[in-house]
Design a protein around this ligand. Structure first.
Ligand SMILES: Cc1ncc(COP(=O)(O)O)c(C=O)c1O
Length: 330
């Protein structure tokens, strides 16, 4: 038995289209690359996070919360999407950000401020050492002031958030049927693992007959295998055991992280420029640029066989391009 879907708010503009990347596919000469346009899920809360937050905000509201606390890097897409949705739903948003405050905020941080989120900044060392204590203190502070806060982990990746991409697989099944394709491979960027966890469960639950591959943008393959398993375990604890769990294969490519999270090598900026110029699609240097580059390299290595359809999940991130403006040649 598959666990039954919990309450969900309808916030994203769904279904998103699945489109062929004709020029890139022609250049590859072997596989047909398709792109699931989750960069079109909304204008300002765009990207993959809104799918997870549809379930998380529903749980927060059902639990009587009027405040949501979450965390991430200064340019977190997740924090920006949370801030935008909080403004839309009339919830107070408090962001715990890793990094220094700056007078000329750019990209996602500029938007966090525009959407009226309360922001606390922490230096990297303190952030990683004390994150859970920082959350506890904030929850207590809000309680003292008569507010009930719901906490959301990094990237909205937990047992609730993974419903977003479990559900997206039902949409993918319709996309594939409409396009008349049966892709054997689905590729996404993995930053906190929840998108990959949801897709991995959803692909089996919705009979996509495709292997999901995460391209790591920060930690190594073992980290993501453990994290995806952890999110799925938590999902089962909350919603019930699933007999097909044992069938899940978790695949992670970790050769494309580059210097570190948030920094990319010249090959990533070149890939972003190439995709922008040949397909009119905007990738970002932190997530989708690395994942797309990694997918092309794995195609060239023969990982996906000699031919066939491959689906790339465009998870958004476009506002993250602007703080990297100096790295682009054009
Ligand atoms: C644009 C974008 N793509 C991909 C990801 C990775 O998704 P996940 O955190 O679910 O692994 C994130 C967030 O981390 C993101 O902001």
């Amino acid at each position: 038995m598959f666990p039954s879907t919990p309450d969900r708010l309808s916030l994203a503009l769904l279904p998103t289209p699945l489109q062929p990347l004709s020029s890139i596919s022609r250049q590859l000469g072997s596989h047909r690359i398709w792109i699931k346009r989750d960069d079109l899920t909304e204008a300002v809360s765009t990207g993959n996070k809104i799918r997870k937050l549809e379930f998380i905000f529903a749980a927060a509201i059902a639990n009587g919360c009027d405040t949501v606390i979450t965390c991430g890097g200064l340019q977190s897409n997740h924090c920006r999407a949370t801030a935008a949705l909080g403004a839309r739903l009339g919830l107070k948003i408090h962001l715990v950000l890793r990094g220094e405050p700056s007078a000329d905020a750019d990209g996602n941080l500029l938007l966090d401020k525009l959407f009226g989120a309360e922001i606390s900044y922490y230096q990297e060392r303190e952030y990683f050492a004390n994150l859970s204590a920082i959350f506890d203190e904030l929850v207590a502070e809000y309680a003292e002031r008569g507010h009930k806060a719901w906490t959301v982990p990094t990237g909205a990746s937990d047992g609730v958030g993974i419903w977003g991409y479990i559900h997206a697989c039902e949409e993918l099944r319709h996309n594939f049927k409409q396009a008349g394709i049966a892709p054997q491979h689905i590729v996404c960027a993995s930053g906190s693992g929840g998108t990959q966890a949801g897709l991995t469960v959803g692909a089996v639950a919705h009979h996509l007959h495709a292997q999901v591959h995460g391209v790591a943008v920060c930690d190594d393959a073992q980290y993501f295998i453990d994290k995806v398993n952890e999110d799925i375990d938590e999902w089962q604890q909350r919603y019930g055991q699933w007999t097909l769990r044992k069938q899940l294969q978790i695949s992670v490519f970790d050769d494309y992280i580059g210097p570190c999270y948030g920094e990319a090598g010249p090959e990533i900026y070149r890939t972003i420029e190439h995709v922008a110029r040949t397909e009119g699609i905007l990738l970002d240097p932190v997530y989708t640029g690395k994942a797309f580059y990694g997918m092309l390299k794995e195609v060239q290595k023969g990982t996906f066989g000699e031919s066939g359809d491959i689906v790339f999940i465009h998870t958004g991130g476009s506002f993250g391009v602007f703080p990297h403006r100096n790295h682009f040649s054009g």
